[in-house]
Design a protein. Structure first.
Length: 139
């Protein structure tokens, strides 16, 4: 009985290791082109969102798009390099509150839904982005 348990655990752990490759999320997001499309949809959602559109009014949208693509690419296990500022640097003095942060997350989810990204992949991406809250939201 004990040997069966050990073999079952070894088999299950082997499956878990095989199923979780560092670039799985990157591939599920559609790799670089999928991430570019996702970020473009996100930026359109933000522009239409009265809760946060003003926060981006003075942004260089092209640079913002490029840095978001790099950031999501890196976080999802892709072969990119993030060349932007830290989250604390880029959000300093913007007085972003939880409502702004949550609105952006809602806009991101809407963009992912429109791209038919699985809920599992959405949750994994949001979990990777969530720790940035402390560097973005003004307290």
């Amino acid at each position: 009985m004990r040997l069966t348990t050990i073999l079952l655990m070894a088999l299950l752990s082997g499956c878990a290791l095989q199923a979780s490759k560092p670039d799985d999320l990157y591939r599920e997001l559609g790799q670089e082109q999928g991430i570019k499309t996702l970020v473009t949809k996100l930026l359109y959602n933000i522009a239409d969102d009265q809760r946060i559109a003003d926060q981006f009014r003075d942004s260089n949208v092209e640079r913002l798009r490029d840095k978001l693509v790099e950031q999501i690419c890196v976080l999802s296990g892709g072969p990119c390099v993030y060349t932007g500022d830290t989250m604390a640097e880029s959000h300093a003095g913007k007085n972003i509150n939880d409502m702004h942060f949550n609105a952006l997350v809602e806009d991101l989810i809407a963009a992912m839904n429109s791209q038919q990204i699985s809920v599992s992949a959405q949750n994994r991406l949001i979990a990777l982005l969530a720790p940035m809250h402390g560097d973005i939201v003004y307290h």
